[in-house]
Design a protein around this ligand. Structure first.
Ligand code: ATP
Length: 367
């Protein structure tokens, strides 16, 4: 198995593109770490640096505590899986999987046995004699995985390995990859721009933007307590509502958030109030996940904002409501709203323009 440590790693490509900027990142033994970020943020470059396919312009790469900046890829005990699978078309499935063993000089008998075991574990034991062109996309991906694990590497590096597959197969394979790597206990760094993949597969997610690490933590941590506004806005579908507010702590210790021309009162016994009280008199940005908002009728007493529903988006299992926040009460049009309640939270960008707020009506909060 293996640990990975990146210390102040920077990569500047000829021409001046800073692909990775002062990256500090540790991956624990047996951990499944996902590198997540938009296209061009530097994820693949990090992976290639760990693999030894790129050398860092500055900083250190340590595998199992040993500095490997100068170590060639083949001496790093790593296996890489790419999105295009890169199988040898003229070889059978068995030969593809067993190829790394052949390169390593394994005996044919040993090779065959280990290839069969790996193929059986991946559920492709019955297609060993076929060529890649005679396989489905999912089977080809399993062959690529098989070829990566057959040499029992200490570290798996996977670069968007599922991005060429349809969504059903992606969901199936991401569960399989998760299970397989955990079963093998192999340290894995997995690159993706797909947050569903990241949040479902990872022990920890590292989120990058423009070569800079924004946040790293368990899926729950980065989702619930994002370190930066960027991460807050990036994670979640539909996205988190980000509302500008002024914070006031009242004499009775209620916290009031002034949002546009509305005031949202928070009870003091709410932990969030106590955190916000530190910002008395300041402008802050409040993040509210759509699923955290409960739609209520506009005349319901309590802590609420009032917004006007601009449109509804039906998704089968749930309906999203987009609201503008203003002084206008929400019109309750019973047949068009899939719940007897109406919207209760809103985006407020001040007087200059009304913002958009998003909430969800699921079957669960009907009534
Ligand atoms: P994607 O998800 O699209 O693969 P990424 O997050 O993996 O993107 P990288 O491929 O690491 O991003 O690229 C980071 C930046 O470095 C980009 O601006 C890219 O254009 C640039 N870059 C990558 N490889 C090279 C190279 N060999 N020469 C010059 N610039 C490069």
């Amino acid at each position: 198995m293996a640990t990975v440590a990146l210390k102040e790693v920077t990569k500047v490509f000829p021409g001046g593109t800073v692909a990775v900027d002062g990256l500090d990142l540790d991956v624990a033994d047996g951990e499944f770490l996902v590198l997540l970020g938009p296209s061009g943020c530097g994820k693949s470059t990090v992976l290639r640096i760990v693999a030894g396919l790129e050398s860092p312009s500055a900083g250190s790469v340590l595998l199992d505590g040993e500095l490997v900046n100068e170590l060639p890829p083949r001496e790093r005990r790593i296996a890489m899986v790419f999105q295009d699978f890169a199988l040898y078309p003229h070889m059978t499935v068995g030969d593809n999987i067993g190829f790394p063993l052949k390169l390593a000089g394994a005996e044919p008998g040993d090779r065959q046995e280990r290839t069969s075991n790996v193929a059986a574990a991946l559920g492709i034991g019955d297609v060993l004699g076929r060529r890649p062109s005679q396989l489905s996309g999912g089977q080809r991906q399993r062959v690529a995985m098989g070829r990566a694990i057959v040499r029992q590497p200490g570290l798996f590096l996977m670069d968007e390995p599922l991005s060429n597959l349809d969504s059903g197969l992606r969901a199936e394979l991401r569960a399989e990859i998760s299970a397989l790597t955990r079963e093998l206990g192999v340290t894995t760094i997995y690159v993706t721009h797909d947050q569903a993949e990241a949040l479902t597969m990872a022990d920890r997610v590292a989120i990058m933007r423009n070569g800079v690490l924004q946040d790293v933590g368990s899926p729950t941590q980065v989702y619930s307590r994002p370190a930066t506004l960027y991460v807050a806005a990036f994670l979640g579908s539909p996205r988190m509502n980000l509302l500008e507010a002024s914070v006031y702590v009242q004499l009775d210790r209620h916290v009031t958030l002034a949002i546009g021309d509305q005031a949202l009162y928070l009870p003091w016994d709410d932990m969030r109030s106590r955190r916000m009280a530190h910002y008395h008199g300041e402008r802050i940005v409040v993040g509210m996940r759509p699923e955290a908002l409960t739609p209520v009728a506009p005349d319901t007493p309590g802590h609420r904002l009032v917004g006007k529903i601009r449109y509804l988006e039906h998704h089968g299992h749930e309906t999203l409501a987009f609201l503008d926040v203003g002084a206008t009460a929400v019109a309750l049009d019973e047949p068009s709203i899939p719940t007897q309640r109406a919207a209760a939270s809103a985006n407020a960008a001040g007087r200059g323009g009304l913002g958009r707020l998003l909430t969800r009506f699921s079957k669960g909060n009907r009534g």
